[in-house]
Design a protein around this ligand. Structure first.
Ligand code: ADP
Ligand code: MG
Length: 796
């Protein structure tokens, strides 16, 4: 088989028309069967006869001289035809002067079976192969195009049932994959060689035959018969199929104008022919030159129509037909030159493989069916009967919805996993529940606040921010917790309380001048880091605002398109919307501080009492030890009695212990109160900050995704701490808490539960570290069971 290998060149063979006057002295076929030498007398036409010869040698792929039509087909056509049946595009093209035998080579003598040409033999071979290759289903179509004076003609338009040319006329159109097709050219399904031959003859009949000086029957047009082949495997139920185009091209004569002596219509024909052939040559030259990435295919209809049939993804064979008489030597030379140029064109044929979407779907459906059966077998083996893998029904979806709802409410402990579809539906229902919740919250917010469009309030927010910036100068970088809020300028809605709107308007006026001064100096969006200075507290818990201090550092460039600083906004919030909760917070703090002071007092009292108990107890023991060594002191009745000193010590100790117990009881109560107050203060503060956060976000134009992130507790931006978290860990507070913390000895049973409870609270508050650092002061009281008392409580 002569299928081109990737990267090989176009095959070119020379065929000479037999003639009695073969110019043996001018045309020489070398014995290698591939080389043609042409000798030309210099200037013979200019009358200078000097018998000097110029010689040219052309090395091609084969010389067909005195060769039968059958052999020509074997050497020229067969490989291309078989390649087309495999899915490779193929082109057989005859080139040469009129009368050189192109039509004879392509079509042959129609009246003589033995002399039939490449086209009928190719058609025969195609159908022969189609019959042989029963494992493939082929579909074959024919089209027959003539290009006459740059006009496209459908040579099979006369065939019965032909749809006819559409409104746009015929045109060469480029296809998606780089190929070309002719719009409006009829495609005829062909099931047998006979039908195909009928179409060929019909087309031949329709050819426009021009009168010509050299050959009356010679065609003055280019003809392209295309066999469209599509094949699908019958054995593999594959969605893949291959297609190919087999172009059989009979070009118009290549002789030059001057020679024909044509005039009128014939001259015009010759001009067109020359034009198209010279563009064909240009296209061939461009194709042969690998450095050129543009090939001028579109210059004529011929080259455009042959765009995907000359080299490239195509097996191309060219037959250069020559008329070997001495008078035709110049045409012969020009034909051979064209042939050798064509030989340089590279081919890279590949099988045109496609996937049929309909078949692909069918194939996948079959596979799904099979896998379902497979699954049902597995389920049977695993004792899981009655499983369905179809799309969930409405009832099933409703059941899942109810499960999810019950799960969220807490009345259902778990949702059993049944199938992938069910899991997906469970997730979908969760999503729906979350979305509904979100909408509910949003609706509530909209009800509670006045909705103001960004457009109306831009000036206000800008001004408010400018004003705020003035206050935060020097604080921006040095202190504070960076809370970055990159706010895109579009898609903003502001939620403002009526009071807030008023406040902003006042500030707007106040900061007008400043705003103008800073405009145009702001960094790009997304780079802004808005700083919030924490509200600082002194030891007594009084708040003082560092923003009221004098500016210290260099001034930070101010932005005109961002929300006001949080510290400032926080103050506003406390004064307005958060005033009630802030008042409660303050009240709670006062109570807390008072209770803490009492706790400190009591702790000192208890410790003093404990120390006295210890010293009294020691004195008593010492006295007893001393007296024991002196003998037992007894009354007149012989009953042991206490002496006066011992009695007074014992009474004092009892008194101290009672006092201690009372004070200790009070201390326990106070401690519980402190703990409770602390809890209340924490709660109030958290609420104040949380409400502030959401108010701030809603008021100052956060895009939805950032708000969503805040809601979920995620970081706004890596490295930045949300303000409420930051504020909740004020250092002063932490110190304070640490200072007041004390430990109870483990040997007091009542202290253990208190200790545990306190410990849990402390852990919850994330102060466990501080806890472990506190020194534990232990004094084990001497003496027996009854007088067991807690050790001294540490007061720092
Ligand atoms: P073209 O199509 O190139 O103009 P044709 O194929 O019409 O030329 O050939 C011109 C004449 O020469 C025709 O009558 C044809 O039968 C004859 N002819 C061409 N080549 C051969 C050949 N190899 N053997 C026999 N006759 C040939
Ligand atoms: Mg011809």
């Amino acid at each position: 088989m002569m299928i081109a290998h990737p990267g090989s060149e176009v095959r070119v063979l020379v065929r000479s028309r037999p003639t009695a006057n073969f110019a043996q002295e001018l045309i020489e076929y070398l014995p290698d069967g591939q080389t043609v030498s042409v000798h030309q007398r210099k200037d013979s036409r200019k009358g200078v006869v000097n018998n000097q010869l110029s010689s040219w040698s052309f090395r091609l792929d084969g010389v067909l001289h005195d060769v039968s039509q059958e052999e020509v087909y074997g050497r020229v056509g067969r490989g291309v035809v078989l390649g087309a049946l495999e899915g490779y595009n193929g082109t057989v093209m005859c080139f040469g002067q009129t009368g050189a035998g192109k039509t004879y080579t392509m079509t042959g003598a129609t009246e003589n079976y033995k002399q039939r040409g490449i086209i009928p033999r190719a058609l025969q071979e195609v159908f022969h192969e189609v019959e042989q290759r029963s494992d493939h289903a082929f579909s074959v179509h024919l089209s027959f195009l003539e290009i006459y004076n740059e006009t496209l003609v459908d040579l099979l338009a006369s065939v019965r049932g032909c749809p006819g040319v559409g409104p746009g006329g015929m045109a060469v159109v480029e296809e998606a994959g780089g190929g070309v097709s002719v719009r409006g050219l009829s495609l005829h399904p062909v099931h047998s060689e006979e039908v195909a031959l009928n179409l060929l003859f019909e087309g031949e009949m329709n050819r426009i035959i021009g009168a010509h000086a050299l050959n009356k029957n010679s065609s003055r047009s280019h003809c392209i018969l295309t066999v469209h082949i599509e094949s699908r495997s019958r054995t593999l139920s594959d969605a893949k199929y291959v297609t190919s185009k087999l172009n059989l091209v009979d070009l118009a004569g290549s002789e030059r104008l001057g020679k024909t002596g044509s005039e009128g219509q014939v001259l015009k024909e010759a001009m067109y022919i020359n034009k198209s052939l010279s563009f064909l040559e240009q296209a061939i030259l461009a194709l042969a030159d690998r450095r050129r990435d543009h090939v001028p295919f579109r210059q004529t209809k011929l080259t455009h129509a042959l765009k995907d049939s000359l080299g490239g993804n195509c097996n191309t064979v060219l037959v250069a037909n020559i008329y070997g008489e001495a008078s035709q030597i110049e045409e012969t030379l020009s034909t051979l030159r064209f042939a050798s140029r064509m030989k340089c064109v590279q081919m890279d044929p590949v099988v045109n493989e496609h996937t049929d979407p309909v078949l692909q779907v069918r194939k996948l459906e079959k596979e799904i069916q099979l896998l379902k059966q497979e699954l049902s077998i597995h389920n049977t083996l695993a004792n899981r009967m009655g499983m369905s893998y179809d799309t969930l029904s409405e009832t099933q979806v409703a059941e899942i919805q109810s499960q999810v709802r019950r799960y969220l409410e807490g009345s259902l402990d778990e949702i059993n996993i049944v199938s992938i579809r069910q899991i997906q539906e469970v997730f979908a229902q969760f999503k729906q529940a979350v979305q509904q919740q979100e909408q509910k919250v949003k609706a509530q917010l909209c009800q509670n606040y006045t909705l103001v469009e960004k457009a109306q309030s831009t000036a206000g927010s800008t001004a408010a921010k400018s004003q705020g910036s003035q206050g935060t100068v020097g604080v921006v970088e040095g202190h504070g917790f960076g809370v970055g809020l990159a706010v895109p300028s579009d898609r903003h809605i502001r939620l403002l309380s009526p009071g807030r709107t008023k406040a902003i308007k006042t500030k707007e006026l106040a900061s007008q001048g400043r705003k103008e001064a800073v405009e145009g100096r702001s960094p790009g969006p997304g780079k802004q880091v808005e700083s919030v200075n924490p509200v600082q507290r002194d030891r007594e818990g009084r708040e003082h605002d560092p923003q009221n201090q004098e500016p210290q550092g260099p001034q930070e460039p101010l932005r005109t398109d961002s929300p006001p600083p949080k510290a400032e906004a926080f103050e506003d919030f406390k004064a307005e919307r958060g005033s009630e909760i802030n008042r409660i917070l303050k009240e709670n703090k006062v109570v807390l501080l008072e209770r803490r002071a009492r706790l400190r007092e009591l702790t000192e009292c208890v410790n003093t009492a404990k120390r006295e108990i210890d010293s009294t107890s020691t004195a008593l023991h010492q006295w007893r030890d001393k007296r024991q060594s002196q003998g037992q002191f007894v009354s007149a009745e012989g009953v042991p009695v206490l002496d006066e000193a011992e009695l007074s010590l014992t009474l004092r100790l009892r008194e101290l212990k009672t006092q201690y117990r009372q004070q200790y009881e009070e201390l326990r109560g106070t401690k519980a109160e402190v703990s409770y107050c602390q809890h209340l203060v924490d709660q109030c503060r958290t609420r104040l900050l949380t409400e502030f956060e959401s108010w701030y976000n809603e008021s100052f134009l956060l895009p939805e995704e950032v708000q969503a992130m805040l809601r979920s507790g995620g970081p706004i931006r890596p490295g930045l701490v949300p303000v409420y978290k930051a504020l909740a860990l004020e250092e002063d507070e932490q110190d304070h808490f640490e200072r007041l913390r004390y430990e109870l000895v483990a040997d007091s049973p009542s202290a253990i539960s208190f200790y545990n409870a306190q410990n849990r609270t402390v852990q919850r508050r994330n102060y466990s570290k501080a806890m472990s650092q506190t020194p534990v002061q232990k004094t084990t009281p001497r003496g027996s069971g009854r007088s067991k008392l807690p050790a001294i409580l540490s007061v720092i």
